[in-house]
Design a protein around this ligand. Structure first.
Ligand code: ADP
Ligand code: MG
Length: 332
C-alpha cells in the first residue's frame, strides 16, 4: 500500500497534468482453492478495476468447469459418463486434457491426470490416506493411455470405466494464461498474475525486470533464489503446499507417483520456466514425480523451458539453460 501511495505521489510531482497518471494497481482474492494475486500497470482506476474483475470472473468460470470438488462441474460429468460413452466437452476442457496428455507422453506417465483414480482417496485436511489394498485396487485405473480424445468431435472417453480425472496439476496454469490473455486484449502491457504456485509475467516491470523469488521449501518467508525475469511463465510444485505427517513420520503430500499411488519422493520443490503457464504447470508436476535426473533430462530436451530443482537434501539443480556458463579460456 505504502509503495502505491509513494508511486502515486511521484507521478503527480514529476509529470505535467496533461500526461496520463498511469500507475500500478494491486488485486488479490481466492479462486480455485488458491490465492490469486494480480499487479498491473494502467492509465486509470476504472480500466484496471474492470480488467481485474474480468480476470477473476474467468478464474471462477474455469473452476466451475474443471473442479473435481463439485458434482456440477464439466469434469465431474466426464468422470461419471466417459467410461460408458464419449462425452463432448467445451473447448477449454478439451484443450487442458489434450495438453495433459502431451505432458504424460513426454514424462512417460509421471504426469497422469487419471492419477485421480487413487488421488481421490487422500484427504489432506482429514489426514486420510488409503490402505495398500485400496491403492493396489485403484492403481489399475490409472493409465493416461486409456483416455481417448477425439479432436474432431471434441470428445473424451475412458477405456477403463472406473477411471477418474483430476486437473489439479494443470488447470491453474491454464487459468493464468487466460487471465493474461484478457489483460492483453484490454491493452495492458505490464502485469504479474499468480494463482498459488503458477505465475505469468506480462512484459517487464516498466524498464526493469520483475524479481521473482523461488521459495525455500522449508521456510515460509525466505527465498532459496531470486530471479530477474520478464515475459515469462513460472510454475512451482512443492511438497509443502498440501501435506500432513502421518503416524510413521512420513510426509504425505499432494503430488503422487502414478506408479506407486504414494507421494513422490526425492524432491522438495521444482520451478519450471517457459512461455506459458499451461505448459509450465504440467511440467513442474511431472518433474517432481520424475525426480532430479530424469526430470532434468526431460527439461533439457525441450526448447525454451528451464527448471530449478531443490532436492530432498536441499541441494539445488539447474537445467542447461540456467547453469552457470563454463569458464571461457581466453588464452590466444
Ligand atoms: P499446486 O497445485 O500446489 O500448484 P502442482 O501444480 O504441482 O502444485 O499440482 C499438484 C496437484 O496436481 C495435486 O494437488 C493433484 O491435484 C495433481 N497431481 C498430483 N500428482 C499428479 C500426477 N502424478 N499427475 C498429474 N497430476 C497430479
Ligand atoms: Mg503443476
Amino acid at each position: 500500500m505504502l509503495s502505491r501511495v509513494l508511486s502515486a505521489c511521484l507521478v503527480s510531482v514529476l509529470l505535467i497534468p496533461s500526461i496520463s497518471h498511469a500507475e500500478w494497481f494491486w488485486y488479490s482474492g481466492t479462486a480455485m482453492t488458491t490465492r490469486i494475486e494480480l499487479q498491473l500497470w494502467s492509465d486509470d482506476q476504472a480500466t484496471a478495476d474492470s480488467a481485474s474483475e474480468a480476470v477473476f470472473a474467468e478464474f471462477d468460470r474455469i473452476n466451475q468447469r474443471m473442479t473435481r470438488y463439485s458434482e456440477d462441474s464439466e469434469l465431474s460429468l466426464v468422470n461419471r459418463e466417459a467410461g460408458e460413452r464419449p462425452v463432448e466437452v467445451s473447448d477449454s476442457l478439451f484443450r487442458v486434457i489434450e495438453e495433459a496428455q502431451r505432458v504424460s507422453k513426454l514424462s512417460n506417465g509421471a504426469f497422469d491426470i487419471s492419477f485421480g483414480s487413487v488421488g481421490f482417496l487422500y484427504d489432506y485436511r482429514e489426514l486420510k490416506q488409503p490402505t495398500d489394498t485400496e491403492v493396489a485396487e485403484r492403481l489399475q485405473h490409472v493409465s493416461f493411455r486409456d483416455i481417448v480424445l477425439d479432436a474432431e468431435k471434441q470428445t473424451v472417453a475412458f477405456r477403463k470405466p472406473r477411471m477418474k480425472l483430476d486437473l489439479g496439476g494443470i488447470a491453474k496454469g491454464y487459468a493464468v494464461d487466460r487471465g493474461i490473455g484478457i489483460l492483453k486484449a484490454r491493452g495492458i502491457h505490464h502485469a504479474r498474475l499468480s494463482a498459488g504456485g503458477d505465475m505469468r509475467l506480462l512484459g517487464d516491470k516498466r524498464g526493469s525486470p520483475w524479481v521473482v523469488g523461488v521459495r525455500d521449501p522449508r521456510s515460509e518467508d525466505s527465498n532459496a533464489v531470486v530471479l530477474p525475469v520478464s515475459d515469462l511463465a513460472l510454475s512451482t510444485s512443492g511438497d509443502y503446499e498440501r501435506f500432513f505427517i502421518d503416524e510413521a513420520g512420513n510426509r504425505i503430500h499432494h503430488i503422487l507417483s502414478p506408479e506407486t499411488g504414494r507421494p513422490a519422493k526425492g524432491i522438495q520443490s521444482v520451478t519450471v520456466m517457459g512461455p506459458d503457464a499451461l505448459t509450465t504447470d504440467g511440467l513442474s508436476t511431472a518433474v517432481f514425480v520424475l525426480g532430479v535426473e530424469k526430470g532434468l533430462a526431460m527439461i533439457n530436451g525441450l526448447n525454451g523451458i528451464d527448471a530449478i530443482i531443490i532436492d530432498e537434501n536441499r541441494d539445488m539443480h539447474y537445467s542447461q539453460g540456467l547453469a552457470a556458463p563454463e569458464a571461457v579460456d581466453s588464452t590466444p
